[in-house]
Design a protein around this ligand. Sequence first.
Ligand code: ATR
Length: 284
Amino acid sequence: MIDHTPLIRAGVMGWPVGHSLSPKVHGFWLNQYGIGGEYLRLAVSPKDFVGTLKNLHADGFAGANITVPHKEIALASVDEVHPLAQRIGAVNTVVVRVDGSLYGFNTDGFGFLENLKAGCAAFDASNGAAVILGAGGAARAVVVALLDAGAPEVRLLNRTRERAERLASDLSGLGSGTITVGDWQRRADYLEGAALLANTTTLGMQGQHVLDLDLSALPISALVNDIVYAPLETDLLARARARGNAVVDGLGMLLHQARPGFEAWFGRLPDVSDALRAHILKVD
Ligand code: ATR
């Protein structure tokens, strides 16, 4: 018998989008769970973005992930925005509702926290101060997630201090935690007494400079995370591990942030397994 059930369709919209690992992640899950769906790579230029977004319904899409450089314009262009995405100031996941309207949310903070919990059972944001390096889009999602999860203090350090101050003033009053902006030149001093250190800058990424940070003031009990995942073990993680800190790499954030979108479009909250990690790390 021929199965005429239409394929559920989703995809990732970005410019460029060739580097995106999302098609590989969603493709793995579609296959693992035997779901009749497809997940496409959609190269959409800034001038075509809003039109393509508004046409998702007509083009048969259940929704889409949104990546660089469209996350802010997506926030302004959907019909309804989840409050968390509003606070982060960016939408990375869009769902087409039955009436054709577009609902936008942001799963980066979820991905960040789920990755830490999966990699370190003892992790709890309320354990103590978090030192966050960077003040870009990723840092914004991370800081919102940590404050929402009860972090008592976020110490924010960025090369361009004004950017960290803007982020802090945008997010102040969220939860009961405080955001302190520190001096990038003295970044090593802010590690004292911290429960978490996370790098959200591009330092340490393949082809970039390594992150120059003396870890001696960091308690051995602190968890260290890098959202850079190429290489998987950055110089920061290798040094933290060598001195006895628990470390969590950045690949898991990418994998966990994909889960809520998959659930919304394809009807099942997928798992992040070792097999998925191995599949993503395999060079094609
Ligand atoms: P994303 O949205 O992925 O976070 P981004 O907005 O480009 O990316 O942010 C990159 C982060 O890496 C910023 O915090 C940036 O610092 P600036 O705000 O000062 O640009 C940081 N970064 C990039 N290169 C850096 C370098 N050589 N030294 C220190 N910080 C760097």
